[in-house]
Write a protein that binds this ligand. Structure first.
Ligand SMILES: [Zn+2]
Length: 222
């Protein structure tokens, strides 16, 4: 069976908590949707804010609705612009120990002590689509992208359940690296795994160094 999902490319954006939204825009403020996203209930807003890091700033669009926690999702290169190296790759909502930043809008500023992440690539599937594809929530798969820069993305986490709709979310850098376009169909394939021997290559110094970025699983392989 062909297990194909459309690609959705995420540009840098911010989710605001209700508290932060009301502080910056006023009590009871309602965001102005300009475009519905594929994920049910999610929308891009007319409103933008400026985020500040230690070395730089830029404007980002707010995605609604308001969330439990304020979360800034950026590319690695955006991190360099802000002056933050090693922005962690995290799933939405997993913000413990992530870098902070300042948010500015309407002459007001909030300093956050956490919330800056590079979004971990993932696939959304409804309960029914998960059953059809034989994929459970939390499972990891590999995904093949066709085209002149075609490649296979490994370690793609699947989020299956109500409130999700078939779509693979990648960031601008992943899209550029693979030549992927919005709504292009990506093919889910079985997870490509490596043995420890596959991963390690001999450096000319005699030192063993990792060849590919599958380090989180090396411990499991002993
Ligand atoms: Zn997503």
């Amino acid at each position: 069976m062909n297990r194909r999902v459309p690609i959705g490319i995420s540009n840098k954006h911010i989710h605001l908590s209700k508290e932060d939204l009301e502080y910056l825009f006023g009590e009871g403020y309602e965001l102005t949707p300009i475009k519905n996203l594929k994920q049910p209930g999610q929308f891009a807003c007319e409103e933008m804010v400026t985020v500040h890091g230690p070395k730089g700033s830029f404007k980002v669009r707010i995605l609604g609705p308001a969330r439990k926690q304020t979360q800034l999702e950026i590319d690695q290169a955006d991190g360099y612009t802000l002056g933050v190296r090693d922005v962690p790759i995290r799933l939405s909502g997993d913000l413990e120990g992530t870098p902070g930043f300042a948010i500015e809008a309407n002459g007001k500023t909030i300093q956050k002590d956490k919330g800056m992440i590079i979004a971990e690539r993932h696939i959304h599937l409804s309960e029914e689509q998960g059953k059809m594809f034989n994929i459970n929530n939390g499972e990891r798969v590999s995904v093949r992208i066709k085209g002149p820069r075609g490649l296979v993305f490994n370690n793609v986490l699947c989020r299956v359940g109500d409130g999700h709709e078939a779509e693979m979310h990648i960031d601008i850098e992943e899209a550029n690296a693979s030549g992927a376009k919005n709504d292009q169909l990506a093919c889910i394939i079985d997870p490509i795994t490596f043995t420890k021997e596959d991963i390690l290559i001999q450096h000319e110094t005699g030192e063993e160094i990792p060849m590919v970025g599958d380090l989180p699983y090396m411990d499991d392989m002993g």
